[in-house]
Design a protein around this ligand. Sequence first.
Ligand code: PAF
Length: 289
Amino acid sequence: MGRQRMAEAGKAPKIVGTVAELRSAVADYRRAGETLGFVPTMGALHEGHIALVKQAQTLADRVVVSIFVNPTQFAPNEDFSRYPRTFDADVDKLAQAGCDLVYAPGREDMYPAGFSTGISIAGPAQGLESDFRPHFFSGVAIVVAKLLLQTAADVAVFGEKDYQQLRVVTQMARDLDLPVRIVPGPTVRESDGLALSSRNRYLTPEERTVAPVIHRALTTAAIAIKAGAVPDAAAAEAEATIARAGLKVDYVAARNAETLAPLASPDEPVRLLAAAWLGTTRLIDNIGV
Ligand code: PAF
């Protein structure tokens, strides 16, 4: 797949809110022989999302971005109601990026009355996030499956920032024979290492100065592992560093980079993953070794 059509930066993307409108716009692209890339988002877009859009533009002729704050991936005590909703600013950013189509369905479009279907995933969905947010991956799986089927994209780009989500979606697409290529997008960071996240805006100025400790601790652990340290011991050291900075750690773990299973042998590819609370904000990050 190659991009034949230059994205027109600054041109307002077409905005659709229903599956019928989405399919009609996609059918127009298909009739013109164009391929489709897809970036799913919950809005509150930042440079990390825009990097995914730019990456999708290198992989397909047209790019659709969905904006939908998916209620099924939030537990009742989580931040669904306060999750930032910045639709107009998001569309401006997508226009600048040359995105072709914005799909912004309403809750009733995605989950009409009587909606009764679920997807349960084991494998990479086990442990880590699931230990602390047991509802999360069933919510992500159902909404991502629907979005992939609705857009019928050839390729979809998911950020490595949500590494377990990337592995879960990749597994689901493979298991369900979804005709889409799932492509990872590198994490975009602030200059001090903090991974860009829509939730960073919850941080107080003081918390913001502390937050990069997660990336620093993971980087130190990755260097130690490369130099021969036992991955679980390096992860435990990173956890202690993050806790000493005042965060409440959910987990810091060294896992098989593909399956996310605990490490069983020294030659497996390693990924370090962490989640921790800084005040009322939950931050996640990860790094390859
Ligand atoms: O990563 C996200 O923003 C969400 O989990 C996703 C993939 C858009 C599904 O709601």
